[in-house]
Design a protein around this ligand. Sequence first.
Ligand SMILES: [Zn+2]
Length: 183
Amino acid sequence: MAIGALFDGSLRCGFTPLFFFMMIRIGIGTDLHRMTEGRPLVLGGIQIPYHAGPLGHSDGDVLIHALCDALLGAMALQDIGYHFPDTDPAYRNADSRLLLQEVMGMMHEKGWQPVNVDATVHLERPKLRPFIDEIRTSLASVTGMAVDEISVKAKTGEQTGPVGEGAAIEAVVVCLIQRVSVD
Ligand SMILES: [Zn+2]
């Protein structure tokens, strides 16, 4: 049976799962930066002690950039490059938490709020495990979410490819958002 037929049938009998689905959306965001000697390593707004960090116009926070793209994607509001172009000097070395704050403002305006976030950071070195809870707390403070609604995982590149060779850092973020008001 086609999905459309399933919905038609359920709507006719008074049960409206379609309404439920319209209140929830999913988004995905990815980001990658080149690792460069002497740059600060900032992830989720936390500075992690290391001799190299992401090259970028802003602070190169791949986790926040991917999170912004996931939230914008869920709202179908384009991407971080559209809203915060790297040709704009205002974002030079910018604290990416400010970009995330702006995205949260857009969510509020459009009547959405995040439900949960699941993130994976791909990085060969340093080990992120000691910093994971601090990163989650940082993201919770910017988004207004509870810490237990934010998952941050870390994976190495198994010494292969740009991540594994220490040449790149990458993040993948999936988020769920729910409508809280109609604009
Ligand atoms: Zn980025």
